[in-house]
Design a protein around this ligand. Structure first.
Ligand code: NAD
Length: 491
């Protein structure tokens, strides 16, 4: 049988103890059926360890623990207590930040440069959520002289949270932080490809003094554990991040028990370069927009649009800059792009290179894997594309970008909006009026002007259209974990 902790040495020499059990009611436990699954290092294609695999009966236990914790004090605890717990958790994560960044680089394949950035966002976000605990207000409503009315924002209960593999610890924090700050308890399923960091930090959850049952972690597969969470009678909300296809399915499943649903789904975000932009900066931003985190980013700027008068110049600069990006061992200092997370992603990327080529798009640079071991893929730029090609329409979720030409503002706005998605968009121009005008006309939830992938814990992040429902971060995320109660008292 698998021990509940295994020693792991990271490629940079750091050693730590990796919990392998489910985290239920404040303890690491084996799954009831004692099943395990393998966790792969995408940089070497070798096994890192096994972890226990939750099944339906384990989800029942986790939900029961969360329900007890909700009813027995967490939901009515002093806000200061919840804040202290979250501040302490942030401090413990900060202390262990190199280990946690290393775990995500090992498990996901992302470069240390990316995973360190993720961990610092996690710390900031948990502290921001801690600060919100005593700032969840209702309002008083003037209803005339016959009665008095006020509203309260109350927690929902047990929240089911299902997260993807592209930002394992960051997505964990985006889910746990606002849920706990507002008095909810959670059952969270990490992605099957990347369960390690959520298990590691569970011991810090305990050490931070968060009562047992408030946070439960059930690693396992979407079709078993995810389905069970989405259908469970006692789960009051599903917060999901992942593909639009799975989000659509979860929304239908959750309808049977009228769960609240928030979805953070896919995208095919436009990144626009106007001729009056600072072109050197714009080139760096469009590269960062797509190749950051190996292109495995829901808001990746995967459709670049360049104004015709500077198209050739920008394409040439973009090619040169892209070719200067380093790809390789995520633990090597200075590496920009690590490995793709799974064989499945690698296959998908290869398939889209083939599709794009068959559709008649031209590979300007990239288009092939790097080395023979590990899922490394060269940053890839397609040009000579037209708007109905699949490489321009579909979310690829890898380091592949298309570059199109436009001449007028109206034309590029219409091209940018020609998508079922509406997550993010980038606009590069030195003309502030044009920047504001175009940002008003683009149908997406996030706009970056003269930058890309700029995140802040106080700024909401969420999509229009088929990119989702609700927002992460900012006050919006917290309110999505509350329900309004109206109290009226006759005078
Ligand atoms: P996915 O949406 O299937 O998986 C995300 C999470 O949902 C995982 O934890 C998974 O176990 C769970 N899940 C899967 N099926 C479920 C179900 N029936 N009920 C409940 N939970 C379920 O994504 P994937 O298959 O890992 O990746 C496929 C594609 O999705 C990627 O190539 C990419 O295009 C997209 N994707 C987008 C994001 C994003 O942040 N927008 C994240 C991951 C993947």
């Amino acid at each position: 049988t698998l021990p509940l902790r295994v020693p792991i040495t990271l490629p940079n020499g750091i050693t730590y103890e990796q919990p392998t059990g489910l985290f239920i009611n404040g303890e690491f436990v084996s799954s009831r059926q004692h099943k395990t699954f393998e966790v792969i290092n995408p940089s070497t294609e070798e096994e890192i360890t096994h972890v226990y695999e939750a099944r339906e009966d384990d989800v029942d236990l986790a939900v029961e623990a969360a329900k007890q914790a909700f009813d027995n004090g967490w939901s009515t605890a002093d806000p200061e207590f919840r804040a202290q717990c979250l501040y302490k958790l942030a401090d413990l994560i900060e202390k262990d930040s190199e280990v946690i960044a290393g775990i995500d680089s090992l498990d996901n394949g992302k470069s240390l440069f990316c995973s360190r950035g993720d961990v610092s966002l996690v710390i900031n976000y948990l502290r921001s959520c801690a600060g919100w605990c005593d700032k969840i207000y209702g309002k008083i409503i003037d209803t005339g002289s016959s009665y008095f009315a006020y509203t309260k924002r109350e927690p929902l209960g047990v929240c089911g949270q299902i997260i993807p593999w592209n930002f394992p610890i960051l997505m964990w924090s985006w889910k746990i932080g606002p849920a706990l700050a507002t008095g909810n308890t959670v059952v969270l399923k990490p992605a099957e490809a990347t369960p390690l960091s959520a298990l590691y930090v569970s011991q810090l959850v305990k050490e931070a003094g968060i009562p047992k049952g408030v946070v439960n972690i059930v690693p396992g597969f979407g079709k078993i554990v995810g389905e069970k969470i989405a259908t469970h009678q006692d789960v009051k909300k599903i917060a999901f991040t992942g593909s639009t296809a799975t989000g659509r399915h979860i929304m239908k499943t959750a309808a049977d028990t009228i769960k609240k649903v928030t979805l953070e789904l896919g995208g095919k975000s436009p990144n626009i370069v106007f001729a009056d932009a600072n072109l050197d900066k714009a080139v760096k931003n469009i590269a960062f927009g797509i190749f950051f985190n190996s292109g495995e980013v829901c808001c990746a700027g995967s459709r670049v649009y360049v104004q015709d008068t500077v198209y050739d110049e920008v394409l040439q600069k973009f090619k040169e800059y892209t070719e200067s990006l380093t790809v390789g061992n995520p633990f090597e200092e200075g590496i920009f792009q690590g490995a793709q997370t799974s064989q499945m992603q690698m296959d998908k990327i290869n398939e889209y290179v083939k599709i794009g080529t068959e559709e008649g798009a031209r590979i300007v640079t990239g288009g092939e894997r790097v080395g023979h071991k590990g899922y490394f893929f060269r940053p890839t730029v397609f040009a000579d594309v037209h708007e109905d090609m699949r490489v321009v329409k579909d979310e690829i979720f890898g380091p592949i970008v298309t570059v199109s030409k436009f001449s007028t503002v109206d034309e590029v706005v219409s091209m940018a909006n020609n998508s079922v998605y509406g997550l993010a968009a980038g606009i590069h121009t030195e003309d502030v009026n044009k920047a504001i005008d175009v940002s008003n006309r683009i149908k997406s939830g996030i706009i970056w002007i003269n930058g890309y992938n700029m995140f802040h814990q106080s700024v909401p992040f969420g999509g229009f259209g088929q990119s989702g429902i609700g927002s992460e971060m900012g006050s919006e995320a917290l309110l999505n974990y509350t329900q309004v109660k109206a109290v009226r008292m006759a005078l």
